[in-house]
Design a protein around this ligand. Sequence first.
Ligand code: AGP
Length: 368
Amino acid sequence: EEIDKGGYPHFMLKEIMEQPESLRNSMRGRILLEEGNAKLGGLADVADRLANSKRILISACGTSWHAGLVGEYMFEHFTRIPTEVEYASEFRYRNPIVGSEDTVFFISQSGETADTLAALREAKLRGALALGICNAVGSSIARESDAGVYTHAGPEIGVASTKAFTSQLVVLALITLLIGRKKNLSLEDGKLIASELLTIPDKVEKILKLNPEIEIIAEQFKDAKNFLYLGRGYNFPVALEGALKLKEISYIHAEGYPAAEMKHGPIALIDENMPVVFIAPKDSTYEKIKSNIQEVKARGGKIIAIASENDDEIDHLVDYAIKIPDTIEMLRPILTVIPLQLLAYHIAVKKGLNVDQPRNLAKSVTVE
Ligand code: AGP
């Protein structure tokens, strides 16, 4: 087992650290830089039908569902095809309106999640184009979908999904390119996305070097009873994912919210015992996020911010700022989630918990 962990104390840490490599593997041979496009062999036969879909649905569970939310933002922004994301467990039980003009993506690391598989069968029965985004090669969802794309993140052993998530985001970005270039996405914009994608693994490598710094922050927060994670736009799903990571391995109650929703309820929870993690890179929502930060600070909440590396201003506003490299908006979640994976990991380790196999959880949920 020690050899499998590659010298790391846990699979989860190994898998977090592997991300520069897993992300390179997810992109390898799939980026057409000059054409500002993506080459996805698995979708070649269905690409036109996909691009002509009236509507796209994305169905998944847990972390894969969070990836789906990021996908929704990407697809709607760059392809202008209306996109909805739904928990697989809800989709299958509510007589969904879906048919032959729709495409439904099923995202699953394991490819064996019972709810996702059942939703896939339901979508196929109703005539939709059913596409899989799976990590496990030859898995049930990969086999039963009409076509699909493998994430190629490599085997993920830790119950908490890390590298599979970031690879799902890469694949969703590649699919965005593929559909977008068949629609209105310009060559220039396509090239920008393609070239930015190629820079992501090196940037992730840089973020991973912050591990010791994040471990020190974890020490300060390991006894917290609750956490809030807040982000806007593309970083709202990252807030949900950061909270899920913390919940499942450290057993600390955590909630993710769109930052602006704070004032509609969660703000009542804030006092000096409520740590708040803001995902606050310098993007179009930065000014708004800053005022949310000030509201928390005024109420004594302890603040950790995931911020852009050139942002000196934020140091005066928060207790801890984790500074990361920047990229274009649609790819930021791949970077902003990495410190949150490490934070959850270190808090769980400091609490002496079994991070690779948390209580009550299975890697692949094959029961309904
Ligand atoms: C992620 O950390 C969780 N363990 C869980 O939410 C997981 O993402 C979910 O069960 C879906 O699994 P899948 O991607 O294999 O379908």
